[in-house]
Design a binder for this molecule. Structure first.
Ligand code: FPP
Length: 249
């Protein structure tokens, strides 16, 4: 952190990360793809520690997308085993660091063993207050929005919701992220410059940070570098620079 001289008054509350490049990292080393995922767990630890150290309150990680179900069966099963094993290995550490575990996505589509591990870890960490780690698992932003629209429509049909009450705030409250602020910063590794169906509603004003580093090589210093880059930018929310100066005066 010292290397980057971060402004402690402008730390983003919520950082989201698309962890990408595990497969390519493994291939470069002549190894199987799962070797990349296994090493990616170390980077999860680094990002979470770095985020906690500077006071980020929410860290959302895209660990498994709805589209990832179309990967080879062996890779899916190895990833799920890795997730279960990592959760059991790390739960004490999560508690000692004040990390509360949460999830978004279709958790009911995950294998029983995975659901059980997640449920136990959520229960065990539920009172922690320092930082919330949100794992996006079997997550798709378009699906999340579709489900919210379905729910609102049903309530309108039943007369429980007035359609004129549907506004941005109400829509946000029907999403799986309703308990969290929108991310101020999105990081994507591995040189891909896309959002890939991740938090599309929530990213409306988010600063996007793309790095060529492959996820298993992403360390604390890379996380701080992304925060430093974020702090150099000016978030205008459609206003002019003059208006921002006036409102800060
Ligand atoms: C993307 O790399 C990564 C994933 C789909 C899985 C991420 C999972 C982990 C880092 C491990 C488990 C996570 C937790 C939270 C303990 P890719 O396979 O798409 O890489 P490629 O684009 O190079 O093929």
């Amino acid at each position: 952190m010292k290397d980057f001289n971060l402004d402690s008054t402008r730390i983003p509350k919520h950082v989201a990360i698309i962890m990408d490049g595990n497969g390519r990292w493994a291939k470069q080393k002549g190894e199987m793809r799962i070797f990349g995922h296994t090493n990616g767990v170390g980077s999860v630890r680094e990002a979470l520690t770095a985020a906690g150290e500077i006071g980020v309150e929410y860290l959302t990680l895209y660990a498994f997308s709805s589209e990832n179900w179309s990967r080879p069966k062996e890779e899916i099963s190895a990833l799920m085993d890795l997730l279960v094993q990592s959760i059991y290995n790390e739960v004490d550490e999560l508690n000692s660091k004040g990390v509360k575990l949460a999830t978004i996505g279709d958790i009911e589509f995950l294998p029983e063993s995975c659901q059980k591990a997640l449920e136990e870890a959520k229960q065990s960490t539920k009172d922690n207050k320092k930082i919330t780690l949100i794992l996006a698992l079997s997550y798709s932003s378009r699906r999340e929005i579709s489900l919210a629209v379905q729910k609102m429509t049903n309530e309108v049909v039943k007369g429980e919701l007035d359609s004129s009450a549907i506004n941005e705030e109400l829509i946000s409250s029907y999403l799986s992220t309703s308990d969290y602020p929108d991310p101020e910063l999105l990081i994507r590794t591995s040189g891909e410059n896309r959002v890939s169906n991740f938090l599309m509603w929530q990213l409306a004003y988010t600063e996007l940070y793309f790095t060529k580093i492959l996820w298993p090589d992403f360390k604390k210093k890379n996380f701080y570098k992304a925060i430093f880059d974020y702090q150099k930018r000016e978030r205008r929310f459609g206003k002019t620079s003059e208006q921002l100066l006036d409102s800060n005066a």
